[in-house]
Ligand binder design. Structure first.
Ligand code: GDP
Length: 334
């Protein structure tokens, strides 16, 4: 019988890549969606028809219980969140409810449906659980690079909510003996990244300016530094975490840090342009508190999972700009 997986956040970048990988491994994939009329990926393309969509919401406990009951999953991946950091200041309660308490609700749904209590340890029918934790939890970093032992100091309501979810997973593992793990993933990008994130803003703008569709790009903090990798590499790591003998949290990142300025320079040079002719500073895009610099130490994942990123930052930027050149050229012809 095919193994069954339930994924929240199935319409986001990671959900799409993860579903793709698990379908190719023969899984029956169920995705939780909030009842949208058209269910599409971040580039507005329909999801793979093999994915069975169940209606549910991380804000609603009973809908999650029903989704777990219907899917009867062997594995659950909680990738759903309000994932764009600036929105988390404007909608801090919603961010806390979806990104933070949402983790508790989906964990609780898994626990209740599997009939696990503090005195009834999980049987083989209790799904394994993956939580999308985030490098934003490190925030104002206490040391560089960051690994599984580094102290958290979140700098946004999004980061605070992720810390809540992270500790809740740890607590369910310790309280109920569930196979529940968190992957602390550093920024990971792709041609499916939402257009509001900085890498995609830059790749779309470089492509649009090259094609003569736009003539400037407004950006916030050019000095911010991130450890950016390719999302396809990271979903591979998620699957490896759930295939371990023991539940353990892992940091995934490249260990290479670049600034937004370096990102812009690479992307514009890829299309033969000088970014300084097109990029304007927009103070409106600065954040109330910033995560200045992130750099992963994923030596534990490299040793225990045998995980390593395959795509370099330069290859990632080129891949994203090329994909956006194709996307915008197609749009123009339609
Ligand atoms: P995050 O790390 O999850 O917040 O991912 P983002 O891609 O949204 O932001 C990465 C970094 O780029 C942050 O430090 C932002 O302050 C910085 N940045 C600079 N300009 C922009 C911009 O125009 N949009 C976004 N999203 N980020 C920007």
């Amino acid at each position: 019988m095919a193994r069954r997986v339930l994924i929240t956040g199935i319409t986001g970048q990671d959900g799409v890549y993860l579903a793709e990988q698990l379908l190719s491994e023969g899984y029956q994939v169920f995705g939780v969606v909030r009842g949208q009329r058209s269910v599409c990926d971040p580039n507005r393309r329909p999801l793979r028809p093999e994915i069975k969509l169940l209606s549910g919401d991380l804000l609603d406990q009973s809908s999650l219980i029903a989704a777990v009951e219907t899917a009867q999953p062997d594995e659950v991946y909680n990738l759903g969140a309000l994932s764009f950091v600036p929105v988390s200041w404007r909608q801090s309660n919603t961010a806390a409810q979806i990104t933070g308490v949402g983790v508790l609700r989906i964990l609780e749904a898994v626990r209740v449906v599997a009939g696990v209590t503090a005195s009834v340890t999980p049987g083989a029918n209790c799904p394994r659980f993956y939580q999308a934790s985030s490098s934003e939890m490190f925030g104002k970093v206490r040391r560089t690079p960051q690994n599984e032992q580094t102290v958290f100091h979140p700098r946004s309501p999004y980061g605070v909510a992720k810390v809540f979810g992270h500790y809740m997973v740890q607590n369910y593992r310790e309280s109920y003996g569930m196979f529940a793990v968190s992957g602390i993933l550093f920024n990971h990008e792709s041609p499916l990244r939402g257009p509001q994130f900085v890498t995609r803003r830059v790749s779309l703008a470089a492509a649009a300016i090259k094609l003569g569709l736009h003539d400037e790009l407004r950006l916030g903090n050019l000095d911010a530094q991130r450890d950016w990798g390719f999302a396809g590499d990271y979903v591979r790591g998620m699957v490896q975490m759930l295939a371990q003998d023991r539940p353990e949290d892992f940091v995934l990142g490249t260990g290479v840090t670049n600034s937004v300025r370096e990102l812009v320079d690479l992307a514009f040079r890829h299309v033969g342009l000088d970014w300084r002719d097109y990029v304007r500073a927009d103070p409106g895009l600065l954040r109330p508190a910033e995560v200045d610099s992130l750099c992963a130490d994923s030596s534990r994942a490299r040793q225990k999972l045998g995980w390593k990123p395959e795509v370099s930052f330069e290859e990632l930027v080129a891949m994203m700009v090329d994909a956006d050149l194709r996307l915008l050229s197609d749009d123009r012809e339609m």
